[in-house]
Design a protein around this ligand. Structure first.
Ligand SMILES: [Zn+2]
Length: 457
């Protein structure tokens, strides 16, 4: 069984399963008001690699990841642009899935949208109020964090230092600065939902606790997300469950920062290049390879240089696939079906089971690539074949798909296809139609797919 670092205990420990053979996991998804950024790409890749590895070992995985489709940022953007909140959320959710499909991130088993679960959130908040664990102010309902046992567990800091660091707002009616909004009272012009404690909308931290418990049940196995969510988001999700005596996530996993030019990237720092930009400029598999090259809890540096370097790694993998096309696995590979070097497969599993040592696992795969090429050059066909199918199968286990065919689409056609995707994103359909005609005149069949324009001869 895989062992993972658990933020709650600060130790690496086996992922204990509530139901044998089945993993129930929840990973916080995006708030859809802008293009996905590089940090989004990293956390989705990290948890996709974990999910795929669990599947590879033969486990079943229920993977729930939400879409936050109502929040301050969505409202602000809608008001700035004179559009509805639904329109904004819908547009950026589409862009999100385009990016996820391009990255090869498997779609979640369930994708709860916050606006679909407001009734359940109202119910939870009512219960917290009834039990005197929450209180009302002039602008909403707040959780009384002083009444929650072990508040600060995920933050890994004593309550006193958390309190000292908390932002104190002017004219604050909160009992302590750590208390957070479960519900925000309606303001003019904002979308609202009815509730016995007054019209309004749910706070972000209430969404995930309600949706994860609704879809996975109490005592689910793993809750994950980027390090930026550890505190306060995950702490506050957990606090609501603990306050009500509910058994919440049994294991907490967090992945490290994405650095851009030496600076930490997060939602609150406005310094990101979008993930969409990166995917336009590079082979999307390069970001997965780059993510795998670092341990998931370490920071990674995403620059044109590190992406180029990852593309060189992909070239080695693809050239192996071209030399050994019959060694390509059926995706997704499963360990008991993988016909390969048993020692190498066991070594790979030992590394991955130890808190996902992906840099070493990747090194093992690239050693197998060298071994396969050498064996073929030396005329040892059977050894070569075995090393190649092991390398390609294990790469596939981490979602890294090798390609045995060179793309025959020329750069000029690709540029037109990209311009067409941009025109479509801007709803400039006249330009997008003109570009389609131009591509067809060049002999291409033009197809619209969730990841954009695709070309075939
Ligand atoms: Zn969440």
């Amino acid at each position: 069984m895989v062992s993972l670092h658990d933020t709650a205990t600060g130790t690496i420990r086996p992922l204990a399963l509530r139901d044998p053979g089945k993993v129930a996991m929840y990973v916080c998804g995006p708030t859809v008001y802008d293009l996905p950024h590089l940090g989004h790409g990293r956390f989705t890749l990290v948890f996709d690699v974990l999910r795929r590895y669990l599947l590879f070992t033969g486990l079943g995985v229920t993977y729930v990841s939400n879409i936050t489709d109502i929040d301050d940022n969505i409202i602000a953007k809608a008001q700035r642009e004179g559009r509805s909140e639904e329109e904004v959320a819908h547009e950026f959710e589409e862009r999100w899935w385009e990016a996820m499909d391009a990255l090869g991130v498997l779609r979640p088993t369930a994708i709860p949208h916050a606006t679909e679960f407001v009734d359940a959130m109202v119910e939870m908040i009512s219960e917290l109020l009834e039990k005197d664990l929450a209180y009302r102010t002039s602008d909403g309902v707040y959780l009384d964090t002083a009444k929650v046992n072990g508040y600060g567990l995920l933050a890994g800091q004593p309550l006193e230092s958390l309190r000292a660091g908390a932002r104190v707002e002017g004219n604050d009616e909160k009992h302590t600065p750590l208390d957070f909004a479960l519900w925000k009272n309606a303001k003019p012009g904002e979308p609202t939902w009815p509730a016995p404690f007054g019209e309004g909308r749910p706070g972000w931290h209430t969404e995930c606790v309600v949706m994860s418990l609704a879809l996975l049940g109490e005592g689910f196995d793993l809750h994950g997300g980027g390090l930026d969510l550890k505190f306060p988001h995950h702490e506050n999700e957990r606090a609501q469950a603990v306050a009500l005596g509910k058994d919440f996530a049994h294991h907490w996993a967090h992945n490290g920062w994405v650095m851009v030019g030496g600076e930490k990237m997060s939602k609150s720092l406005n310094n990101f290049t979008s993930l969409t930009d990166l995917l336009d400029q590079a082979d999307p598999r390069a970001y997965r390879l780059l993510v795998l090259r670092s341990h998931y809890r370490a920071p990674i540096e995403v620059t044109p240089d590190t992406i180029d370097d990852a593309q060189r790694g992909l070239a080695r993998l693809d050239s192996l696939a071209r030399r050994f096309p019959q060694a390509l696995p059926t995706m997704p590979p499963v360990v008991h079906e993988l016909d390969g070097d048993a020692d190498a497969i066991a070594g790979f599993r030992t590394l991955m089971d130890d808190d996902l040592q992906t840099p070493q696992a990747l090194a093992l795969i690239f050693d197998l690539i060298s071994a396969a090429n050498t064996a073929l050059d030396e005329g040892r066909g059977e050894d070569a074949q075995q090393a190649a199918s092991t390398a390609l199968g294990l790469a596939g286990a981490m979602g890294l798909e090798a390609k045995s065919e060179e793309s025959d689409i020329d750069e000029g056609a690709l540029v037109l296809a990209r311009q067409r995707d941009e025109a479509r994103a801007n709803k400039d359909f006249a330009t997008s139609d003109a570009l389609r005609d131009q591509l067809q005149a060049l002999g291409w069949t033009v197809e619209d797919t969730p990841s954009g324009t695709e070309l075939r001869r």
